[in-house]
Design a protein. Structure first.
Length: 209
């Protein structure tokens, strides 16, 4: 029996890959951004394999201002008591998630999502993964890390820079940077913060192994 750990992006998974390599009972899967990509990926994987449990992991945007960069959070509503206790002992915090269809770019967007949904954090894949796992009776837990907080704007509108499959269009990104070179510093800062967040997530997941 093994555990499947799903991430939307390889950047989210890099620190954990080093941990998983030493544990044959762990398999990581990059599912892509958004519900459609996540559903397609998890369905394809589960058509041939049946893990003991599934974790849907990666970055989340903060909606509740109480949560800071690097805070590891989990879905309190769908976690069984034993897993919830293990996550809390590992340093994770129980929250309510909202699964969105687009990236929340501005602090105002995040405030509105928090007000409208009552959620503490937002991400884009877990609802689809949970639904597919529920069809097959496989326990599924959402564990995410805050990569951008409720009060901050992202440096670019990544929704406008996405391809139809929601992956980043690097041609568009290069064009935007060429027009606004002042954004380079902000993008480098975002990269450092997300690397830190990915490391924090990996540290908590390591304690669950």
């Amino acid at each position: 029996m093994y555990t499947l750990i799903c991430f939307a992006l390889k950047e989210e998974a890099v620190p954990f890959h080093k941990i998983a390599a030493a544990h044959p009972g762990l398999i990581t899967l990059i599912v892509g951004i958004g519900r459609q990509n996540a559903e397609k990926s998890i369905r394809g994987f589960l058509s041939n394999c049946t893990p003991e449990q599934v974790f849907t992991c990666g970055f989340a945007g903060g909606l509740n201002p109480d949560y800071q960069l690097g805070d590891v959070v989990f879905d309190a509503a769908t976690s069984k008591p034993q897993i919830a206790a293990q996550l809390i002992a590992a340093g994770a915090k129980p929250v309510k998630f909202f699964c969105a269809d687009r990236i929340a770019i501005t602090a105002m967007e995040k405030w509105k999502l928090c007000f409208d949904t009552g959620a503490d954090a937002v991400e884009m894949e877990s609802a689809a993964i949970h639904a597919v796992c529920a069809e097959r009776g496989i326990p599924c837990v959402t564990v995410r890390v805050i990569s951008d907080t409720a009060h901050e704007d992202l440096p670019l509108d990544f929704n406008a820079l996405a391809k139809p499959d929601k992956s980043l269009d690097y041609g568009k990104l290069a064009w935007v940077i060429a027009r606004s070179p002042g954004k380079i510093g902000a993008l480098m800062g975002l990269q450092k913060r997300t690397q830190f967040a990915a490391g924090q997530l990996a540290a908590v997941l390591k304690k669950l192994i």
